[in-house]
Design a protein around this ligand. Structure first.
Ligand SMILES: [Zn+2]
Length: 182
């Protein structure tokens, strides 16, 4: 029986190259968008099963910071709803393919979704957050009291907004996407 080998950086790069050529992503994507490859997290904890029945998993330190922040918010009557945590390369590939198969161009899709290998979600340290009655992953989140709370207190739990307005990576503004920096 073969021993299971943990992938090293070369393996991740090779995987990214394969997936990108399959999706028709230009070779200069990472350079142009100032992005670095994120290997998939190897240690994850299951935080919950989300409303769609999917597992919501995070890197352990991020999970514990998230739970503390969620609880602190609740004390202020703020209900933070997480809708996306860890994502594998394969999951990101399927997300993108779902959109290109619906007729969107790859360029358009890559403004909103990072190419497989370059999503902060691969690290298990990024969380997409929404509020009750707010459609997930929309600008509307910026107008909620949950967002206002996050801008005030997320830093206390070492969460930072990754993609502000006019970010250097060319992603659209993502008020819902927060990452743990601890
Ligand atoms: Zn996100």
């Amino acid at each position: 029986m073969d021993a299971i080998k943990t992938p090293d950086m070369n393996d991740w790069e090779a995987m990214v190259e394969r997936i990108h050529s399959h999706l028709g992503i230009p070779k200069d994507y990472a350079l142009k968008r100032k992005l670095e490859i994120f290997p998939e997290a190897t240690h994850l904890v299951l935080v919950m099963i989300d409303s769609q029945g999917k597992p919501f998993r995070l890197e352990p330190q991020t999970a514990s910071a998230w739970l503390k922040m969620e609880e602190a918010a609740l004390k202020d009557s703020i209900k933070l709803i997480a809708f996306s945590g860890f994502r594998s390369y394969k999951y990101q590939l399927d997300l993108i393919r779902g959109q290109t198969e619906n007729g969107k161009s790859i360029d358009e899709v890559l403004r909103k979704l990072a190419a497989p290998g370059f999503s902060e979600h691969h690290t298990g340290r990024a969380i997409d957050i929404t509020a009750v009655d707010c459609p997930p992953a929309t600008d509307e989140f910026e107008g909620t009291k949950e967002f206002v709370w996050l801008t005030k207190y997320a830093g206390d739990f070492q969460f930072v907004l990754s993609y502000p307005v006019d970010n250097i990576h060319g992603f659209i503004y993502e008020p819902w996407h927060w990452a743990y920096q601890g």
